[in-house]
Design a protein around this ligand. Structure first.
Ligand SMILES: Cc1cc2nc3c(=O)[nH]c(=O)nc-3n(C[C@H](O)[C@H](O)[C@H](O)COP(=O)(O)O)c2cc1C
Length: 213
Protein backbone atom coordinates (compact mmCIF):
# COMPACT_ATOMS: atom_id res chain seq x y z
CA UNK A 1 0.00 0.00 0.00
CA UNK A 2 1.56 3.34 -1.00
CA UNK A 3 1.45 6.18 1.49
CA UNK A 4 -0.70 8.18 -0.94
CA UNK A 5 -3.44 5.61 -0.69
CA UNK A 6 -2.83 4.28 2.84
CA UNK A 7 -6.29 4.79 4.25
CA UNK A 8 -6.87 6.80 7.40
CA UNK A 9 -8.96 4.97 9.94
CA UNK A 10 -10.56 6.46 13.05
CA UNK A 11 -11.87 4.12 15.71
CA UNK A 12 -14.18 6.07 18.00
CA UNK A 13 -15.63 4.12 20.90
CA UNK A 14 -17.37 4.47 24.22
CA UNK A 15 -16.81 1.87 26.91
CA UNK A 16 -17.92 1.84 30.53
CA UNK A 17 -16.65 -1.46 31.90
CA UNK A 18 -13.93 -2.12 29.31
CA UNK A 19 -15.44 -4.64 26.91
CA UNK A 20 -15.87 -2.29 23.95
CA UNK A 21 -12.41 -0.91 24.78
CA UNK A 22 -10.94 -4.39 24.20
CA UNK A 23 -12.70 -4.68 20.86
CA UNK A 24 -11.59 -1.17 19.87
CA UNK A 25 -7.97 -1.88 20.71
CA UNK A 26 -8.04 -5.13 18.72
CA UNK A 27 -9.58 -3.29 15.76
CA UNK A 28 -6.93 -0.56 15.97
CA UNK A 29 -4.12 -3.08 16.04
CA UNK A 30 -5.53 -5.05 13.10
CA UNK A 31 -6.03 -1.88 11.04
CA UNK A 32 -2.52 -0.64 11.82
CA UNK A 33 -1.04 -4.00 10.76
CA UNK A 34 -2.41 -3.45 7.24
CA UNK A 35 -0.41 -0.22 6.95
CA UNK A 36 -3.37 2.09 7.53
CA UNK A 37 -2.93 5.29 9.53
CA UNK A 38 -4.99 4.77 12.67
CA UNK A 39 -6.47 7.09 15.28
CA UNK A 40 -7.92 5.34 18.33
CA UNK A 41 -10.23 7.80 20.06
CA UNK A 42 -12.49 7.57 23.09
CA UNK A 43 -15.92 9.07 23.45
CA UNK A 44 -15.96 10.52 26.98
CA UNK A 45 -18.27 9.68 29.85
CA UNK A 46 -21.24 11.91 30.42
CA UNK A 47 -21.08 13.67 33.76
CA UNK A 48 -23.96 11.53 34.96
CA UNK A 49 -22.79 8.27 33.41
CA UNK A 50 -24.58 5.14 34.57
CA UNK A 51 -22.61 2.74 36.76
CA UNK A 52 -24.45 -0.50 37.42
CA UNK A 53 -23.96 -1.78 41.00
CA UNK A 54 -21.26 -4.45 41.04
CA UNK A 55 -19.33 -2.97 38.11
CA UNK A 56 -17.62 -0.14 40.03
CA UNK A 57 -14.19 -1.84 39.93
CA UNK A 58 -14.45 -2.55 36.19
CA UNK A 59 -15.51 1.06 35.51
CA UNK A 60 -12.60 2.39 37.58
CA UNK A 61 -10.15 0.10 35.73
CA UNK A 62 -11.53 1.24 32.37
CA UNK A 63 -11.25 4.93 33.35
CA UNK A 64 -7.60 4.32 34.20
CA UNK A 65 -7.01 2.34 30.98
CA UNK A 66 -8.41 5.01 28.63
CA UNK A 67 -6.91 8.11 30.20
CA UNK A 68 -4.11 8.35 27.63
CA UNK A 69 -6.43 7.78 24.66
CA UNK A 70 -7.38 11.12 23.07
CA UNK A 71 -11.02 12.18 23.11
CA UNK A 72 -12.80 11.74 19.75
CA UNK A 73 -13.56 14.94 17.85
CA UNK A 74 -15.30 15.85 14.63
CA UNK A 75 -11.86 16.45 13.12
CA UNK A 76 -11.04 12.77 13.69
CA UNK A 77 -14.08 11.86 11.59
CA UNK A 78 -13.38 14.38 8.82
CA UNK A 79 -9.72 13.26 8.69
CA UNK A 80 -10.65 9.61 8.23
CA UNK A 81 -11.44 7.60 5.12
CA UNK A 82 -12.88 4.82 7.26
CA UNK A 83 -14.57 5.02 10.66
CA UNK A 84 -15.28 2.25 13.15
CA UNK A 85 -17.74 3.12 15.90
CA UNK A 86 -17.88 1.07 19.09
CA UNK A 87 -20.68 1.17 21.64
CA UNK A 88 -22.09 -0.91 24.47
CA UNK A 89 -25.72 -2.04 24.11
CA UNK A 90 -28.00 -0.05 26.40
CA UNK A 91 -31.64 -1.03 26.38
CA UNK A 92 -31.17 -2.16 22.81
CA UNK A 93 -29.70 1.21 21.80
CA UNK A 94 -26.21 2.69 21.53
CA UNK A 95 -24.97 4.14 24.83
CA UNK A 96 -25.98 7.76 25.51
CA UNK A 97 -22.40 9.13 25.24
CA UNK A 98 -22.29 7.74 21.68
CA UNK A 99 -25.62 9.41 20.86
CA UNK A 100 -24.28 12.70 22.23
CA UNK A 101 -21.18 12.27 20.06
CA UNK A 102 -23.38 11.56 17.02
CA UNK A 103 -25.49 14.69 17.72
CA UNK A 104 -22.34 16.75 17.95
CA UNK A 105 -21.31 15.79 14.40
CA UNK A 106 -23.96 18.17 12.98
CA UNK A 107 -21.44 20.93 12.08
CA UNK A 108 -19.55 18.47 9.86
CA UNK A 109 -22.17 15.89 8.90
CA UNK A 110 -24.87 18.34 7.74
CA UNK A 111 -22.53 20.11 5.28
CA UNK A 112 -21.68 16.65 3.89
CA UNK A 113 -18.15 16.30 5.21
CA UNK A 114 -18.77 12.69 6.26
CA UNK A 115 -20.34 11.68 2.95
CA UNK A 116 -17.32 9.91 1.47
CA UNK A 117 -16.52 7.88 4.58
CA UNK A 118 -16.75 4.15 5.01
CA UNK A 119 -18.41 3.43 8.38
CA UNK A 120 -18.89 0.24 10.36
CA UNK A 121 -19.84 -0.45 13.98
CA UNK A 122 -19.29 -3.04 16.70
CA UNK A 123 -20.84 -3.60 20.10
CA UNK A 124 -20.93 -5.48 23.38
CA UNK A 125 -23.93 -6.49 25.46
CA UNK A 126 -24.42 -8.71 28.45
CA UNK A 127 -27.05 -11.09 27.07
CA UNK A 128 -27.39 -13.22 23.94
CA UNK A 129 -30.13 -11.55 21.88
CA UNK A 130 -29.78 -8.57 24.24
CA UNK A 131 -30.15 -5.97 21.50
CA UNK A 132 -26.76 -6.08 19.79
CA UNK A 133 -28.40 -6.01 16.36
CA UNK A 134 -30.81 -3.21 17.24
CA UNK A 135 -28.04 -1.10 18.79
CA UNK A 136 -25.92 -1.42 15.65
CA UNK A 137 -28.84 -0.76 13.32
CA UNK A 138 -29.83 2.32 15.36
CA UNK A 139 -26.32 3.63 14.99
CA UNK A 140 -26.39 2.93 11.26
CA UNK A 141 -29.52 5.13 11.03
CA UNK A 142 -27.28 8.09 11.85
CA UNK A 143 -24.66 6.91 9.38
CA UNK A 144 -27.31 6.91 6.65
CA UNK A 145 -28.12 10.51 7.60
CA UNK A 146 -24.44 11.33 7.27
CA UNK A 147 -24.60 9.91 3.73
CA UNK A 148 -21.62 7.70 4.45
CA UNK A 149 -21.04 4.19 3.08
CA UNK A 150 -22.19 1.57 5.60
CA UNK A 151 -19.91 -1.45 5.42
CA UNK A 152 -21.07 -4.38 7.55
CA UNK A 153 -19.44 -7.75 8.16
CA UNK A 154 -22.17 -9.73 6.44
CA UNK A 155 -21.69 -13.50 6.58
CA UNK A 156 -18.66 -13.34 4.40
CA UNK A 157 -15.83 -15.15 6.15
CA UNK A 158 -15.36 -18.38 8.15
CA UNK A 159 -14.41 -16.32 11.21
CA UNK A 160 -17.95 -14.96 11.31
CA UNK A 161 -19.39 -18.49 11.58
CA UNK A 162 -17.51 -19.28 14.78
CA UNK A 163 -19.70 -20.12 17.76
CA UNK A 164 -19.51 -16.71 19.49
CA UNK A 165 -19.94 -14.70 16.27
CA UNK A 166 -22.64 -14.50 13.63
CA UNK A 167 -24.08 -10.98 13.71
CA UNK A 168 -23.85 -9.75 10.09
CA UNK A 169 -24.35 -6.12 11.18
CA UNK A 170 -21.10 -5.91 13.10
CA UNK A 171 -18.98 -7.66 15.71
CA UNK A 172 -21.08 -8.36 18.78
CA UNK A 173 -19.78 -9.52 22.14
CA UNK A 174 -21.88 -11.25 24.79
CA UNK A 175 -20.34 -10.84 28.22
CA UNK A 176 -22.92 -12.82 30.20
CA UNK A 177 -22.55 -10.17 32.91
CA UNK A 178 -18.83 -10.73 33.35
CA UNK A 179 -16.84 -7.58 32.58
CA UNK A 180 -13.75 -8.57 30.63
CA UNK A 181 -15.46 -11.59 29.09
CA UNK A 182 -14.58 -10.80 25.49
CA UNK A 183 -14.25 -14.08 23.62
CA UNK A 184 -11.36 -14.66 21.23
CA UNK A 185 -13.92 -15.31 18.46
CA UNK A 186 -15.16 -11.72 18.90
CA UNK A 187 -11.60 -10.42 18.80
CA UNK A 188 -11.05 -12.31 15.54
CA UNK A 189 -14.33 -10.91 14.19
CA UNK A 190 -13.47 -7.30 14.99
CA UNK A 191 -10.02 -7.77 13.45
CA UNK A 192 -11.75 -9.03 10.31
CA UNK A 193 -14.14 -6.05 10.45
CA UNK A 194 -11.25 -3.59 10.76
CA UNK A 195 -9.47 -5.11 7.77
CA UNK A 196 -12.71 -4.96 5.76
CA UNK A 197 -13.11 -1.26 6.58
CA UNK A 198 -9.48 -0.61 5.63
CA UNK A 199 -10.00 -2.34 2.27
CA UNK A 200 -13.19 -0.42 1.49
CA UNK A 201 -11.69 2.86 2.74
CA UNK A 202 -8.64 2.35 0.52
CA UNK A 203 -10.86 2.05 -2.53
CA UNK A 204 -12.78 5.20 -1.59
CA UNK A 205 -9.63 7.12 -0.64
CA UNK A 206 -7.97 6.28 -3.93
CA UNK A 207 -10.95 7.61 -5.85
CA UNK A 208 -11.43 10.72 -3.73
CA UNK A 209 -7.80 11.72 -3.39
CA UNK A 210 -6.93 11.12 -7.03
CA UNK A 211 -10.08 12.91 -8.13
CA UNK A 212 -11.30 9.92 -10.12
CA UNK A 213 -14.47 9.53 -8.06
C1 LIG B 1 -27.88 1.26 31.44
C2 LIG B 1 -27.43 -0.05 30.84
C3 LIG B 1 -28.26 -0.71 29.95
C4 LIG B 1 -27.87 -1.92 29.38
N1 LIG B 1 -28.70 -2.52 28.48
C5 LIG B 1 -28.33 -3.70 27.92
C6 LIG B 1 -29.16 -4.33 26.95
O1 LIG B 1 -30.19 -3.82 26.53
N2 LIG B 1 -28.76 -5.53 26.46
C7 LIG B 1 -27.60 -6.15 26.87
O2 LIG B 1 -27.29 -7.24 26.39
N3 LIG B 1 -26.77 -5.54 27.77
C8 LIG B 1 -27.11 -4.34 28.29
N4 LIG B 1 -26.28 -3.72 29.18
C9 LIG B 1 -24.97 -4.33 29.49
C10 LIG B 1 -23.84 -3.75 28.66
O3 LIG B 1 -24.20 -3.57 27.33
C11 LIG B 1 -22.66 -4.70 28.70
O4 LIG B 1 -22.24 -4.85 30.03
C12 LIG B 1 -21.51 -4.24 27.80
O5 LIG B 1 -20.61 -5.31 27.67
C13 LIG B 1 -20.79 -3.03 28.37
O6 LIG B 1 -19.74 -2.68 27.52
P1 LIG B 1 -18.50 -1.91 28.11
O7 LIG B 1 -17.80 -2.89 29.03
O8 LIG B 1 -17.65 -1.53 26.96
O9 LIG B 1 -19.04 -0.75 28.85
C14 LIG B 1 -26.63 -2.50 29.74
C15 LIG B 1 -25.79 -1.82 30.64
C16 LIG B 1 -26.18 -0.61 31.18
C17 LIG B 1 -25.25 0.11 32.11
Amino acid sequence: MTSMTAPRITIAFYSSTGNVLRLAEAAAEAAAKTGAEVRLRRIPDLTADTVVPGTEDAVAARREAVQDIPVATNDDLVWADGILLGTPVRFGLPAAPVSVFVDATAPVSIPGLLADKVVSAFTSGSAPHGGQETALLSLYNAVCHWGSFVVANGSTDPVLFREENGNPYGTSNVTRNRPGNVHEDNIAAVEFQARKVVRAAAIVARGVRTGTA
